[in-house]
Ligand binder design. Structure first.
Ligand code: XMP
Length: 319
């Protein structure tokens, strides 16, 4: 694609000019945005870039491994992998309010990231995969009441406390353009085409208190749902799909026994940029198949429901 080739060249030149001989640190989330930003910056300044991947224990199944394999092994990009799951889950103990969850995770993320940044010798610049929609959704509009629906922790906060200048090469791009740029940079299609994943991860897909046990249950249900979606050839038609673990237990029957377990909600939407979304109209047979597998294969879930709310009035995430 010609325009992405041009964008790539310009972005590389801009990064070189901004950074000079300085050192850059980039937080990887496992998402497409931070990955594309990292690869682009690596192309511009090579080993002046160090990536830090903070595993907060709220990631999907096998996620940490995939990220490490891609960056360290395929791209040879220096990568520090930190398992901070105990710290994060500890900080989230007793927290149930969605915004408090976000703030807790966001602020601990800064602390952990800051510590790791110092451990690798510090940096002059902080790279972020901020996109255009992140920029505008974070701005409060003047002239009317300012309403923050959700505070996205990947924008703001970091630079002020870390006293680093920001490198944000994707600030003018929309999600589909970032994917295009990722392809242009040679990232594997399976990675570029991934559904978006929120910074606070599974914490905002577990209404109520987040525990390691609940995360483990949710990870399995989520993996089965996505496996069925891929198997049905629907992954690329859907913008984002995931499972939610509800803090509600219901009675069920399995074999000759009574069960009393959690409800799992499935969510899948189509969207262009996440600002509005429609629920995905699965066949009932697909939903039945996914539900049966989740109930049979995941201990702790005995009922599955499908969310048919569009955005607005719903949001994509449940919190
Ligand atoms: P909502 O739920 O606001 O989600 O309709 C729109 C898109 O944003 C993602 N999302 C987040 N991403 N930090 C993030 O990095 C957050 O706190 C956050 N909350 C929602 C959501 O996954 C969807 O893609």
């Amino acid at each position: 694609d010609w325009s992405m080739k041009a964008f790539r060249q310009e972005a590389v030149a801009r990064i070189r000019e901004q950074v000079g001989s300085g050192r850059v640190i980039c937080g990887l989330s496992g998402g497409v945005d931070s990955a594309v930003a990292a690869v682009l910056i690596h192309e511009a300044i090579g080993d002046q870039l160090t990536c830090v991947f903070v595993d907060h224990g709220l990631l999907r199944l096998g996620e940490a491994k995939k990220v490490v394999a891609l960056f360290r092994d395929s791209y040879n990009i220096p990568l520090v992998h930190v398992d901070a799951s105990s710290e994060f889950l500890g900080a989230l103990a007793g927290v149930t309010d969605p915004e408090v969850k976000r703030k807790t995770i966001g602020s601990l993320f800064i602390d952990v990231f800051d510590k790791e940044a110092k451990a690798v010798g510090g940096a002059d610049f902080l790279a972020q995969g901020t996109l255009y929609p992140d920029v505008i959704e974070s701005v409060s509009f003047t002239g009317g009441p300012s309403v923050t629906i959700k505070s996205h922790h990947n924008v703001g906060g970091l630079p002020a406390r870390m006293r680093m200048k920001l490198v944000e090469p994707l600030r003018e791009l929309f999600k589909d353009e970032v994917r295009e740029l990722g392809r242009e940079l040679g990232l594997p299609e399976a990675f570029v085409g991934r559904h978006p994943f929120p910074g606070p991860g599974l914490a905002i897909r577990i209404p109520g208190e987040v525990t390691r046990e609940k995360c483990d249950v949710l990870r399995l249900a989520d993996e089965i749902f996505l496996e069925e979606i891929r198997r049905a050839g629907l992954y690329d038609d859907i913008w984002q799909a995931f499972a939610v673990l509800l803090p509600v237990r219901t009675v069920g029957v399995m074999g000759d026994g009574r069960t009393y377990d959690h409800v799992c909600a499935l969510r899948a939407v189509t969207s262009v940029d996440g600002m509005t979304a429609d629920f995905y109209p699965f066949d009932m047979s697909f939903l039945g198949r996914a539900a049966t597998r989740i109930i049979n294969e995941v201990r702790g879930i005995n009922r599955v429901v499908y969310d048919v709310t569009s955005k607005p009035p719903g949001t994509i995430e449940w919190e």
